[in-house]
Design a protein around this ligand. Structure first.
Ligand SMILES: Nc1nc2c(c(=O)[nH]1)N[C@H]1C(S)=C(S)[C@@H](COP(=O)(O)OP(=O)(O)OC[C@H]3O[C@@H](n4cnc5c(N)ncnc54)[C@H](O)[C@@H]3O)O[C@H]1N2
Ligand code: MOO
Length: 404
């Protein structure tokens, strides 16, 4: 019989396995910024030059030199509007755009709305010295570390790397993930007859795994019926370092995933998890260090299992921290379920009766949350972790974020 481990231990075991996997596939790749979202920097990103690298105007208006009124130096039509092509003498002014390089001799910028132009002369209230001038190197000096190795690239961090003049970044290699979708009864188009089901995973799990940072293996997605031979041949056909299967995790004479993994001499890290849904989920390491994740066939159970073990596994493999679920309060009553965590698709609402005077996030379970149902998840804002002892309204609970 399978040995259950607790939900929290399963997350930690998956994360630790990811860290081990990172060491076994350890390598670094240089990739364009546009593909680097969510990846972990393998090297510091330093400023190649100052940021900003030149002094510029913070406003549309006039670059002026000394005190007013100023004689207007017209721009020639060939001038690049942002370039600094000229020098201002004392009491001279010329038009300037936001971000435009300051002409030599410029002592302040006068905003267009504050200035009056008349007969080649500009007058305005006297600006203070260096008014509306953005000095060079205000954000960073050349050589400063902008992003340290180990940082996970978020959208603003990609923009920081771009502003340093880089087109590529060195990141830790992402694990290649491949799917084996099992089940002779699964059809991929049209209305299924009784005894058959329409596939729920091909449109669902690949984007979820990409959002968690996985890289597609080749072949990416293999469909198999229910036999040991097909399972073994799919396992040998993939170049994935993480193989994720769906269905066939049970112990019936139609379930072959565990058998195939045992046949290959794998070490089981997790045999089953004390959770609902998703109990039969397993995690194993093959002798060649490939990781095998067995997700159950029931669609909601498969996603909850992926949230529990695949996300931490990938976070570990990508050099990222293990996310702590958010602390929120529930409005729901759940009876105890000794030993088992329940994962419940939930909505969020703001309660304004908080004693702290600040609005408080409350979670409310959704309907249609059976292991084979997806409608509740479709409406959810997060996944509530109901502890084995159950809950009363107002109790603190943990909430897992969704990857979309
Ligand atoms: N005697 C027992 N039976 C079951 C147990 C148990 O402890 N004792 N556990 C139940 C639980 S919990 C789950 S979850 C499932 C796990 O089943 P498997 O992982 O072996 O998956 P299958 O039997 O292959 O399929 C289950 C269910 O899911 C449907 N399925 C499979 N693939 C897809 C797909 N791509 N898209 C949509 N639906 C899919 C499949 O048709 C079945 O209906 O076992 C329970 N039984
Ligand atoms: O994993 Mo199963 O019912 O708990 O769907």
């Amino acid at each position: 019989m399978s040995q259950d481990i607790t939900w929290d231990d399963a997350r930690f075991a998956a994360y630790a396995l990811g860290v081990r996997l990172r060491d076994s596939i350890a390598s670094v790749e240089k990739i364009p910024l546009m593909h680097a979202l969510g990846r972990t920097l393998a090297q510091d990103v330093t400023a190649l030059q100052g940021i900003p690298h030149y002094a510029s105007s913070a406003m549309d208006g006039w670059a002026v030199s000394g005190t007013g009124p100023w004689r207007i130096k017209p721009r020639s039509p060939e001038d690049e509007p942002h370039a600094a092509s000229d020098t201002l003498g004392e009491h001279e002014a010329r038009p300037i755009l936001t971000g435009g390089a300051l002409p030599l001799g410029c002592t302040a910028v006068v905003r267009s709305e504050d200035a009056t132009e008349y007969d080649g002369e500009l007058s305005a209230p006297e600006p203070r010295l260096r008014a509306d001038i953005r000095p060079a190197e205000r954000e960073a000096r050349a050589g400063d570390t902008l992003l340290a190795a180990g940082t996970v690239l978020t959208p603003p961090r990609l923009a920081i790397a771009a502003s340093s003049g880089r087109d590529d970044v060195e990141v830790l290699s992402a694990p290649r993930v491949g799917f084996i979708l099992s089940g002779r009864e699964v059809v991929t188009s049209g209305l299924p007859l009784p005894g058959y089901v329409r596939d729920s995973f091909a449109d669902f799990l690949p984007p979820v795994l990409s959002a968690w940072g996985a890289f597609q293996a080749s072949p990416f997605c293999q469909r198999i019926g229910d036999s040991l031979e097909e399972t073994l041949s799919a396992l040998s056909a993939t170049d994935a370092s993480v193989v994720v299967s769906t269905g066939g995790t049970g112990h019936s004479d139609h379930d072959f995933l565990r058998l195939a993994v045992e046949r290959l001499g794998a070490e089981f890290i997790v045999e089953a998890i004390a959770m609902r849904p998703g109990h039969p989920t397993f995690l194993a390491v093959l002798p060649d260090q490939r990781v095998m994740v067995g997700l159950p066939g029931n669609p909601l159970a498969a996603f909850m299992a992926a949230l529990t073990v695949v996300q931490p596994l990938l976070a570990g493999a990508l050099g990222q921290p293990l996310d702590e679920p958010r602390a929120v309060k529930t409005v729901e009553s759940y009876a105890p379920l000794p030993g088992r965590v329940r994962l419940v698709p939930s909505g969020l609402s703001l309660a304004d009766d908080s004693e702290l005077g600040a609005p408080e996030v409350r979670v409310i379970s959704k309907e249609h949350t059976g292991p084979a149902m997806l409608r509740g998840l479709g409406d959810a804002d997060g996944v509530m972790v109901v502890p084995p002892e159950g809950t009363q309204p107002g109790d603190p609970v943990r909430l897992l974020d969704l990857p979309w």
